[in-house]
Structure formats: C-alpha cells, structure tokens
Design a protein around this ligand. Structure first.
Ligand SMILES: [Zn+2]
Length: 410
C-alpha cells in the first residue's frame, strides 16, 4: 500500500540504531503513514465515555487456564503453537511490550494526576484489574521502578504511542526481542537490541521488578483474553478476512498479522501501526472484553487494508471540489466491521447479552454504537453509511457508486 511505503525504508531488523541515533534531531516523519490510524482519528470523543460493560471471566474458567499455561516469564508466548495455529492473526503476550506499555501508562497517569485540569487521556475507561492486584515493593524496588517511570515521563509521555515514530519503533523492537530476558546482549549476543544504553538500563532494571510483581497477572490477563477470542478466530477468521478484503477491494495481508496483547495499550484501548502492520490490544480494557474482542481485532486489522476506501473518498471529494471529511473513512471502517461481525456473532451464539436495542435485528451491538461514537460527532456519517454504504454491503450497489453517493451527500 502506498501510504505504508512512506516509511518502509526505515523498517528493517537493523534500522533501530539508526532511528535512535537520529532521535535527537532528524527522524524522518512517519506520521503520514500512521496519522490515519484508529485512535488519532476518533479524537477525544470517546475518552470520557463511561463504560458500562466488561464480560468477566470467572474463577472456574481461570483455574484450568492456569494449569494449561503455567507462568513462565520470558517463555515464548506463541499461542498458535499452543492451540494449533490460528488463521489470520498471530497473538502474542510479550514481556517487553507489556513492560513498555505499563511504564508508559504509569508515566501518563502521573502526568495526568499533576495536570491542572486532571482530564488527561491517560485515564481512559475502567480497567479490569482488582484493587488487591497492586503489588507491594521493597524500598529499593520502589525506587528502581519510580526511576523507570520518571524516565518514561521525561522522554515519552509527551509523545503518542500511535503517532510517534520513536515509540512505534521502540514497541516493534521490544516485540521482536520478546524471547530475550535481557536487551543488552550481555548474556546472549543475539539479545543485544541495539538501544541507547540509558534506555536499556532503565528497562532491564525495571524488568526484574515487573517480572516479580506485575507480569504474572498481566500475562494471565493476556492469556485469558487470547483464550476467549481464539475459538472465534479459528472458526470465523478466514471468512471474515476474505469478506473485509473483498469489501475494501483489496487483498488481506499474506502473512498473519501480529497482535501484541498487552495489559495496557493506548488511551483508546487498541491501536495499529504499519510497516510492519502490527496491532496492540489491551487485555484489561473494558471495551475489549467478551465476544466484542473479535470486532476489535478485525477493526484494528482493517486499518491495514482500508486504504482503497480512503483513497476513493479523497478522489470523489477532489472531483466535486469538496473538503475532505476528516473521519468519514474511519467511521466507515467502524460501521463495516460492526456490520460484518454482527451476523457472525449472532449465528455463533456469541451475542453480547442485554444491549440497548439500538440496532434491531441482532443480539450483537457493534462497537461504535455501543461506545457512542456516532452520537458523539459522527451521526451524520452514520446516516450516510446506512443510506449509501449499506446497500453496497448488501450487494445492491457498487463500491464506486456507494462512495460517490456518500460524498455527493456531504
Ligand atoms: Zn480505528
């Protein structure tokens, strides 16, 4: 895809040093590739939306899982090999990616707590985490952990996980080194991640504390989340990927899409970065629980294939000399994923229980309806999508006609 090639030259297994060396000055902008991704486009509209859901996993469900997956910090969490390979996605619960997002989350929380208006995006929706889960650290552990959070606060809290090239590449690099229990290469040369010495030292000293206190519960939450969604992916993954690729008039990526399941993700609960296409999803976020996890997965993955519709909207706008609507394509991706997922979940019995009934004819309420995205600024888009895009989804209009009619009605 053209927009992804913007940064393709920067992405390789050996480019990390170069990126960090240039971090003080001339990072080539990758924002063009990332700026059309999920969270940035939704904006602040969903941040303060009060979450009222959150499927719970009972203890009876949890115990067999713990037997199935004894915790092994640093062990390769390749769920495909555990359950038999999953189609479409490759689901990971990686130690370093989780540590990175936890430090970022704590640093943002600290910044939010000291902000004058106290309304930072750092808070997000309620997380599925028990109050007793807060670990008790020794004084020296607390100091090391605080130092790491301070480092993140000083270097990263002002940067967005979705838009900062530096953070995207750090996240990807930490994912690539998930098999390593160090990042410096002191013990094993191939575990030298090539990161700046200070960052390596910060992460390694925080790692022992995280591994001892938080990682077991985070990894457990990630595995629960994966176990919950895996059967749906196995049953429906191929069909859904083909249907979505067909709708967007493109091909689904040939390689499985890597999904990093992490206790914390960004303020939106999930985000997707390109070159390489990778999804990060929070296992604790209340928006991502239950059968709805399947929609979150496919919504995020759609960021990697929906470029043709965005290009078509821009083309139609230019032809009609109209301003390009900022988020129409993203509302369309939300709408499309929800409509494609809804009958699948309804027919598999994976309905979400008592919903508000705002979408008739099915027991599953799509994410954008459930989280109030349309009511919070996208209502006109929602009407356009129902009127002109739905006929295309139903096979009663062509792709080009549907986009042209939407744009002409703007
Ligand atoms: Zn999105």
């Amino acid at each position: 895809m053209a927009k992804q090639s913007t940064c393709a030259a920067e992405r390789s297994s050996t480019q990390f040093n170069a990126v960090f060396l240039s971090a003080n000055g001339n990072l080539r902008p990758c924002q063009a590739a990332a700026s059309d991704l999920c969270a940035g486009s939704v904006g602040a509209s969903i941040v303060q939306f009060v979450m009222r859901r959150g499927a719970q996993f009972g203890l009876l469900f949890l115990l067999p899982l713990l037997l199935l997956f004894p915790l092994q910090a640093g062990a390769r969490p390749q769920y495909g090999s555990t359950y038999g390979p999953l189609p479409v996605f490759e689901l990971h619960s990686g130690f370093w990616v989780n540590l990175h997002h936890t430090l970022y989350h704590e640093a943002r929380q600290r910044a939010a707590a000291s902000a004058p208006d106290n309304t930072s995006k750092a808070s997000g929706p309620p997380l599925k985490i028990a109050p007793e889960a807060k670990p008790t650290l020794t004084a020296s552990e607390q100091k090391s952990w605080d130092d790491a959070v301070t480092y993140y606060a000083a270097n990263y809290t002002g940067k967005d996980l979705l838009f900062s090239t530096e953070l995207i590449q750090l996240k990807d690099q930490l994912g690539d080194f998930e098999d390593c229990d160090e990042l410096s290469g002191r013990k094993r040369k191939f575990c030298d991640a090539g990161m700046p010495a200070k960052l390596t030292q910060v992460l390694e000293s925080a790692a022992s504390i995280y591994r001892a206190h938080l990682w077991p519960q985070h990894d457990r939450a990630n595995r629960r989340w994966i176990l919950r969604v895996a059967p749906l992916v196995r049953e429906q993954g191929v069909g859904l990927s083909e249907r979505l690729a067909d709708i967007y008039q493109t091909r689904w990526p040939r390689e499985k899409i890597r999904v990093d399941v992490s206790a914390y993700a960004n303020w939106a609960g999930a985000y997707t970065t390109v070159d390489p296409l990778r999804v990060t999803i929070s296992s604790l976020d209340s928006r991502n629980q239950g059968p709805e996890a399947l929609e979150v997965l496919f919504h995020e993955a759609s960021h990697g294939i929906a470029e043709p519709v965005q290009a078509a909207i821009i083309r139609e706008c230019r032809q009609r000399d109209k301003a390009i609507p900022r988020d129409l394509w993203h509302a369309l991706v939300f709408y499309t994923t929800g409509e494609v997922i809804r009958p699948v979940l309804a027919s598999s019995g994976e309905t979400a229980g008592d919903r508000d009934g705002s979408v008739p004819g099915g027991g599953y309420t799509p994410y954008a309806v459930r989280e109030g995205l349309y009511q919070r600024g996208w209502n006109d888009y929602f009407k356009l999508l129902q009127r002109f895009w739905q006929p295309y989804l139903d096979g009663h209009a062509t792709f080009d006609d549907a986009v042209a009619r939407m744009v002409s009605s703007l």
